[in-house]
Write a protein that binds this ligand. Sequence first.
Ligand SMILES: [Zn+2]
Length: 92
Amino acid sequence: MSSDRVRCVECREPIVGDARVCPHCRAVQPSPLLDVGVVVAGVFALLFGVVLAVMTAGTSRLFGLALLFVGFGLAVGGYTRYVDRQAASRAR
Ligand SMILES: [Zn+2]
C-alpha cells in the first residue's frame, strides 16, 4: 500500500484525500472517522480476546485467541488506512 492517491470506492478514479463525495460518480467515500472506529473496535476485541485467552480455558479460550487475531488485524488495518489518508492529504 504505497499509493498516496485515494481512489473512489465505486469507479476507482483518483480523488483528493479528504473528499467526502466522488466528483466522478458521486459515491460517498468512507470517512477517516470510520477508520478510527475500526481501530477502536479492533483494540477492544484485542483486549477482550486477551482477557478471554488468559482467564478462561477450552472453547472460550479458543474464541479469545480468535478475537485477538481479528482485533489485531482490524487495529493494524484501520491504523494503516488512517495513516495513508493523512499522508495523502498532506502531500497535496
Ligand atoms: Zn467515483
